[in-house]
Design a protein around this ligand. Structure first.
Ligand code: ATP
Length: 288
């Protein structure tokens, strides 16, 4: 990784800040960058206190990249999985009644945004474009220079501790997603995370799958390349080339013929019969 010295100093400063943290990082590294810049640019942006928006198709390693960044900075990460019914409580927290010394007390249970802000940890907002557009403006003041939020459940203003950082992920054009509001998008530095291919994919499959047959892995790398070409030609949907699905398929192929594994792991997930057939046709040119 080619990191400028000033940035390395910022990384070291963060690592030191969290060295005594009670919360242990439970992520290993593991993200392998498709080019020299994805990883270094994400590290630079976060070190400079920028919010990072990872943009890429399903199963392209966005979550893995966020986990690897958390590991590099030795900085715990709190996650939110956005959905259409996500509300302010899911982001900020909620009130509950607790019994203490025989008395009923109303307590506030902090949500991931408040937790990450108060501890200066990382916040990972997955599938941010799945959320209803009216929910996300709560985050505007968290994401700009103010680094604060008004918590309506406690009536207080929460300010983020130093090193608080935000990583969000979007999967543009995926069913159920909405285009990200411009004001929100404007608060992020965007990093594209495409599907890895070739030797890098070989390394990902060797690390992440239980399949150990090198010749077979080589063939799955070619299959992925052919699937990506078909995605670009509009013949099959993007998720057919997901690396997550490919890893599942490789795992299955350790115990069943590869064509059956491809059917279960990739083709049968598609809705359209022509798309399924297109995947299996490509597979039949590589496997028997
Ligand atoms: N570049 C990569 N380096 C390491 N692992 C990768 C890479 N790309 C994909 N993977 C692997 O593919 C699987 C899916 O990755 P991940 O969950 O990070 O994808 P994602 O982009 O967050 O997907 P989604 O948009 O569906 O949430 C994981 O097992 C991950 O390890």
């Amino acid at each position: 990784m080619n990191i400028p010295k000033e940035i390395q100093n910022l990384i070291d400063e963060r690592r030191l800040a969290f060295s005594n943290s009670d919360e242990k990082i439970n992520f290993n590294g593991g993200f392998i960058s498709a080019n020299d810049y994805i990883f270094t640019d994400a590290v630079i942006a976060l070190s400079l206190g920028k919010n990072v928006l990872l943009k890429g198709p399903t199963g392209s390693g966005k979550t893995k990249l966020a986990e690897t960044l958390s590991n590099i900075f030795n900085q715990p990460m709190h996650s939110i999985n956005c959905s259409v019914d996500m509300d302010a409580e899911a982001l900020l927290g909620f009130k509950t009644i607790e019994q203490k010394n025989g008395q009923n007390l109303i307590e506030f249970v902090p949500g991931p945004v408040i937790k990450a802000m108060k501890t200066g940890h990382l916040l990972y907002i997955d599938e941010i474009n799945m959320a209803k557009p009216e929910t996300l403006p709560i985050l505007n003041s968290v994401l700009d220079y103010r680094r604060m939020v008004f918590n309506p459940f406690t009536g207080s203003v929460v300010r983020a501790q130093t090193h608080f950082g935000v990583i969000a992920a979007i999967n543009e054009g995926y069913i159920g997603t909405v285009p990200l509001n411009e004001a929100l998008k404007n608060r992020f530095v965007v990093i594209e995370v495409p599907y890895v291919q070739g030797d890098i994919l070989k390394e990902v499959l060797s690390n992440e799958s239980i399949l150990k047959d090198k010749g077979m892995i080589e063939k799955f790398v070619i299959l992925s390349d052919d699937l990506i070409t078909q995605v670009r030609n509009g013949q099959i949907p993007e998720e057919a080339a997901s690396i997550r699905a490919l890893i599942d398929t490789c795992d299955l192929a350790s115990f069943m013929p590869p064509l059956r594994a491809i059917q279960r792991g990739i083709a049968d997930k598609l809705e359209d019969e022509r798309e399924k057939a297109a995947v299996m046709n490509i597979a039949q040119t590589l496997f028997v």
